[in-house]
Design a binder for this molecule. Structure first.
Ligand code: NCD
Length: 304
């Protein structure tokens, strides 16, 4: 039985197969409409979510399956003190596959060890968010044609942003990618990521001003300052509007550059940018459904 804890759980060849399947689903959705008839997905969300939980629910429903779950730890037995290990043992009796989001790093991994069904990490604290990474990679592959030879700027909260940590780890396996980390001093990418890049001899630069690097970028991955992971409100208030991407800044970018964002956005992308053809974040959310459909089929070992 296979779980998904990190994007590295799949080889790059397996990822290619997964993305091919996602593209086939996009083109021929009716072929897959009954692929999961009789199957049940459990969504166990101990932290807020709109896209991840609903795209999983949409994915399973579009495959003909059903969904059970909770979207708030307070309405589950966690509020009574139940451990994730016990909860997953119970969920294993009720469902065929489980997507779990938890504020503690490693909680889905702990669950997977006691689970009788595949567990998907749907975000664990500031650590990893592998299904967002699958979404990001499929978006890049679909809109650009391949997954190598580009410069990507990651901007915003690179310290607490789990989508950033997962994406960097996944991208280092592709050829000729250059990273530009754009963040205030306090929100720099963690040391273990810098060590990983150094070890693999992958080019990167850390800068503070977005304007300075804008013309170099093929992709700009914007992120929200992760309010819920700050220790004090004052620091959050000081940093939350550090970057605001607007039409004037977009003028500095290449005409084929693409803007990605895992969403939700707060103030970091001004709504005027939504009309720019280079704004790809809403298209990115749509790819999230196809890739989760492909992932459910793959982990349940269902061939269509
Ligand atoms: C991200 C997350 O939960 O880490 N959201 C998402 O799943 N698309 C990004 C964020 O919350 O900022």
């Amino acid at each position: 039985m296979r779980h998904l804890m990190s994007p590295l759980d799949f080889t790059t060849q397996e990822l290619d197969q997964l993305f091919d399947l996602a593209c086939d689903i996009e083109q021929h959705p009716s072929r897959y409409a009954h692929a999961c008839d009789g199957k049940i997905l459990a969504t166990c969300f101990y932290e807020p979510s709109t896209r991840t939980r609903l795209s999983f629910e949409s994915a399973m429903t579009r495959l003909g399956g059903r969904v059970i779950g909770f979207s708030d730890a307070a309405s589950s037995s966690a509020a009574k003190g139940e451990s994730v290990s016990d909860t997953i043992r119970i969920i294993s009796c009720y469902a065929d596959i489980c997507a779990m989001r938890h504020p503690k790093e490693g909680a889905p991994m702990v669950a997977a060890q006691k689970s009788g069904i595949p567990v998907i990490n749907a975000g664990d604290g500031g650590h990893q968010h592998p299904t967002q990474t699958l979404t990001d990679l499929l978006t890049i592959r679909s809109l650009r044609g391949n997954l190598g030879n580009f410069t990507i700027g990651l901007c915003g909260d690179l310290k607490f942003g789990r989508t950033v940590h997962s994406l960097i780890r996944a991208l280092v396996r592709y050829e000729n990618i250059r990273f530009l980390f754009i963040s205030p001093e306090e929100l720099r990418v963690p040391d273990y990521i810098i060590e990983l890049l150094k070890e693999k001899n992958i080019p990167y630069e850390e800068v503070i001003r977005l304007e300075d690097v804008m013309p170099q970028l093929d992709f700009l991955y914007m992120t929200r300052v992760q309010k819920e992971r700050f220790f004090n409100e004052e620091d959050y208030v000081r940093l939350k509007d550090f970057y605001i991407l607007n039409a004037a800044k977009m003028e500095l970018a290449k005409k084929e550059m693409l803007v990605l964002h895992p969403l939700p956005r707060v103030n970091e992308i001004s709504v005027e940018v939504d009309e720019d053809p280079r704004a790809a974040y809403f298209r990115q959310a749509q790819y999230g459904v196809y890739v989760r459909m492909a992932l459910i089929l793959t982990l349940l070992d269902i061939d269509v």
